[in-house]
Design a protein around this ligand. Sequence first.
Ligand SMILES: [Zn+2]
Length: 354
Amino acid sequence: MAAPPLRALRTPCFMAGFPRAAVASGAAAVTRRLADNRKGRPELLPAAGWFGRTGREDPTGRADAKGWGVVLRVVLLGTAASGGFPRWNCACVRCDAARDGKLPARGPECAAVTGNSRDWWLLNASPDIRAQLTAAPALWPGPRHTPVRGVLLTDAEPDHVAGLAVLRDTTRLKTYAAPPVLAALATARAGLDRHAPWEWADSLTEGGFVLAGGLVVTAHPVPGKPPAYVPGRSSDRRWVTVYRIEDLATGRVFVYAPRVSSWSALLENLVADADGVVLDGTHFAADETGDTGRHLPVSGPAGSLTALARHPGVRRIYTHLADSNPLLDPTSTARAQVSETGAEVLPDGTEFAL
Ligand SMILES: [Zn+2]
């Protein structure tokens, strides 16, 4: 597969390639900010804060106080694989340890990202999304608004889409997903739209798309199977996607890849160009469970840790940890091995800026 021209996206001329409607829906202000930054106005850079300098109202009332103006921020809402950790019906040694409070519990994989601390976008919507949002102050609603603007889905797995039902009474949410994922969710979408009309968009639209808050997103299909609830066989190669999210104001790039079955030239290029990546860490070893091939293992010569070691300047974080994964134990040799390379395993609720 040919590598996409990622570097080209870091220049202002990329705007020409975006759909007119997407550009019109807020990109004008973003372009002005970008132009201002390029004139070297330090007051518009992250450390100075955005809202206080411009006098624009922050509906959450918290962004400026934290000094988080125009920084690309990410919150890890959940970091466990399907079922969470501990899983409700599992009595393995690690799930038992988590129930006993000896290992940190984790919710199903899910995250959120923003470019302006005012407009937040969920990255997948786990069945625990209510608790995950409640535990994340940056995403709390203000007097009139929720800062959650929509959802970017990487696939149609139940643990990534079930949370949409929890969000059902919110108006004007915009959800992006690849065409087969949108088709698989057709019945659910029709039901959700009867609660409150949402906008559903193709994440693979040519040229990518612009999100409120000044984020430019491109979605990249990677090998992956449809979820079990989709009947029949599918030859569609767009069931799973990786997102590249660039903050227009700072040029910082975040790659979100919670489900990856193999390392590829595409991933290599995406990570090489990024400032931070959240990557599939479901299994530490390839033979950890009988479920081989669905997830790229962390360890081993073909594992992701070897690949990530080539990018020491990138913040590298593992997510989607299965209960079979020794990385769940902070005292494990597996965790030490990951830490040695500079990669990270972080608890739910961790927030970081790029
Ligand atoms: Zn277990």
